[in-house]
Design a protein around this ligand. Structure first.
Ligand code: C2O
Ligand code: CU
Length: 434
């Protein structure tokens, strides 16, 4: 008996060690230090901008892990006020979701918080402050989080393209006036200068690229025209499309992501269409020729392991209200959901783990809203047909959209507008999964 259990224990111990050792070696905690930084937002030669960043820059460092791996981040706050990091789109353990006052205490200036979580889905995600986010995200507290497939599609370069706008003075100074009532009641803080910044700015003609577009703006919906190559859309909000889709005009609401695979034919341009000439957001230059271009069809990525919706046991409606220009003001704040402004004491809905719910979103305001659910992805539904799997869905004024979600991640999860000024001015609620 004793021998057997000894043997078993030592077997177990050695087995565990063999499995865990390489992981431990890989997963040295990454330190993300939030601090004031000076950034070159305007073109080189023009004025610089005092902002907030992580590890000396904004956007913060691109974090990369493999699907199923654990990410360990020590977040150190040196910005002079409370903060916290949210891992947008990750179906995460609730305690790591980074929502001060709901899933953790705010991290005070000089304090730190250790985030540790497994990333169950491969795709394009991002992290950002969830503390006075309309200020801190606008000031630069965010960065890309890339979760790699175990066998990623073959490309020459994997390029992240961060799209954002800022409200700047001529000399590059970030304009003040955060939290002013006009921005809060209208479309949010829209910038007067916008850029799409690729993580690589030179490629060869004939290169096959994976482009990971992330809209990190606090409020602007970006239409983007990508020219200079031919390709397909392969994922939205970190979730693979069942079949790659043609690239027509791309629209990204705040926080939304899109993965493309593109074969380069000439300088790749990212343009914001306007009534006059398009506004160039950014470009990737072409130099030389790829002698061995990757050919072959652009295939679908392996499907994500998201539970398929069952017959809904909850049919719920969430009506967006308030704002300027004819929106009804409800409550003491500017925006409301179902007549309630700000985070209610009790959740909008409670679900038993694994239940499917249909939630009808009704935009009864004069502005677009990008509604984001924490901790889950959901299926947009059109006329009874399941559509894209997303974590943020854009509703233009007057629009209604149903989504179906299997609430299988226990905890307290925010459901809010990702126009961060709208979130701040009341457009938020939460659900609880037990
Ligand atoms: Cu990307 Cu609640 O946020
Ligand atoms: Cu909104």
């Amino acid at each position: 008996m004793i021998n057997l259990s000894m043997t078993r224990r030592s077997l177990l111990a050695s087995g565990t060690a063999a499995l865990i050792l390489p992981r431990v070696a890989l997963a040295a905690p990454t330190v993300l230090r939030a601090e004031p930084v000076v950034a070159q937002i305007l073109p080189k030669g023009d004025g610089k901008t005092a902002m907030l960043g992580l590890n000396g820059k904004t956007p913060g460092p691109e974090l990369r892990i493999k699907q199923g791996e654990r990410l360990e981040v020590r977040f150190e706050n040196h910005i002079g006020s409370d903060s916290a990091l949210h891992w947008h789109g990750i179906r995460i353990d609730n305690a790591m979701d980074g929502v001060p006052g709901m899933t953790q205490n705010p991290v005070p200036d000089g304090g730190h918080f250790d985030y540790s979580f497994v990333a169950p889905d491969a795709g394009t995600f991002w992290y950002h402050s969830h503390s006075r986010s309309w200020e801190q995200v606008e000031q630069g507290l965010y960065g890309p989080l890339i979760v790699e497939e175990s066998a990623p599609p073959k490309v020459d370069h994997d390029v992240t393209v961060v799209i954002d706008d800022w409200r700047l003075e001529e000399d590059g100074t970030l304009m003040g006036g955060f939290g002013n009532r006009h921005d809060f009641a209208h479309a949010g803080r829209l910038g007067n200068f916008a850029r799409a910044v690729p993580s690589r700015n030179k490629v060869r003609r004939g290169d096959r690229l994976r482009l990971r577009l992330i809209n990190t703006a606090t409020a602007r919906v970006f239409p983007v025209i990508v020219s200079g190559g031919a390709g397909k859309i392969i994922a939205l909000d970190g979730m693979p499309l069942a079949a790659p889709r043609d690239i027509n005009e791309i629209v990204l609401a705040p926080a939304q992501r899109m993965d493309l695979i593109v074969d380069v034919t000439e300088a790749l341009r990212f343009d914001f269409p306007t009534r006059e000439d398009p506004y160039e957001l950014g470009r990737i230059e072409v130099e030389g020729e790829n002698p061995n271009p990757i050919t072959g069809d652009i295939l679908a990525l392996p499907a994500a392991n998201v539970a398929a919706p069952d017959i809904p046991v909850h049919d719920l409606t969430l009506t967006m209200q308030g704002g300027a220009m004819g929106g009804r003001h409800t409550g003491e704040d500017i925006w409301a959901l179902n007549g309630h402004s700000g985070l209610p004491d009790t959740p909008f809905a409670r679900f038993k783990r694994g239940e499917t719910a249909r939630i009808r979103l009704i935009n009864d305001t004069a502005f677009p809203h990008g509604m984001h659910l924490h901790g889950h992805h959901f299926f947009e539904e059109t006329e009874g047909t399941l559509g894209d799997l997303r974590d943020t869905t854009l509703l233009n004024r007057g629009e209604t959209r149903d989504f179906l979600c299997v609430f299988d991640n226990p905890g307290k999860w925010l459901l809010h507008c990702h126009m961060l000024e709208h979130q701040a001015a009341g457009m938020k609620t939460w659900v609880e999964v037990t």
